[in-house]
Design a protein around this ligand. Sequence first.
Ligand SMILES: Nc1ncnc2c1ncn2[C@@H]1O[C@H](COP(=O)(O)OP(=O)(O)O)[C@@H](O)[C@H]1O
Ligand SMILES: [Mg+2]
Length: 240
Amino acid sequence: MSVGTTGTAGRSSDPIIRVYHASKSYLPGTFALHDLTLEVHRGEFVFLTGPSGAGKTTLLKLLFSAERPTEGQIILRGRNIARLSAAAVPALRRRIGVVFQDYKLLQSRTVEENVAVALEVLGVPPREIRARVFSMLKQVGLQHRRTHHPLSLSGGEQQRVSIARALVNEPEILLADEPTGNLDPELTIEIMDLLANASLRGTTVMVATHDLGLIDRYGKRRLALEGGRLKDDIPAHRFT
Ligand SMILES: Nc1ncnc2c1ncn2[C@@H]1O[C@H](COP(=O)(O)OP(=O)(O)O)[C@@H](O)[C@H]1O
Ligand SMILES: [Mg+2]
């Protein structure tokens, strides 16, 4: 089921994410994910939904190689990462931006230093780091806060810093776990627009949320998990 393309040797039609009969068992006899198979194409924006305990976070962790599947394959850009060596994990993660619900910002660093970290680990020259961090902070509307520390910011501002950090190195894949869980409706829309814009620029975006209003508003593809299984895969603009 490949999608037609107009160039780049056909590779762009390969799914960037392919989960193949993947299961994850944290405790013997129980499954957080059970025989999950799905594909996501480059530049797609996908909501991951389902009630608490459905396996959303576990799936994101498998994609980020924070956990390994008990069975099956996790194929990113054609490469199975299910058995990746520990030494290869950092290189994989540099291509993936992650946004956590609790931000995970470094409290002892300023806003701009938190965002710069993502580029420092790549060895980007300091002058380029400064320019890219400034431009990214401008995009999330926080350039005036760049020398502040995270704890002096509101929840929504901290979440925008974490999104800036996740996007500043233009990752191929962005994974966001309940990124708007703590935000009011206005900020929720701001944050979601940022993520939707990233997908328009070619980043593949997967957002876990149980906010059905959010999903309705954006009309994107929706993968619904329940009890660790894929219950539904609803294409963009076609759900009720
Ligand atoms: N580290 C863990 N150890 C044991 N069980 C876990 C762990 N993480 C998640 N689980 C269990 O796996 C299931 C799926 O959890 P999770 O992926 O966090 O779901 P969701 O993000 O959809 O709420 C739940 O039953 C949860 O209790
Ligand atoms: Mg979760």
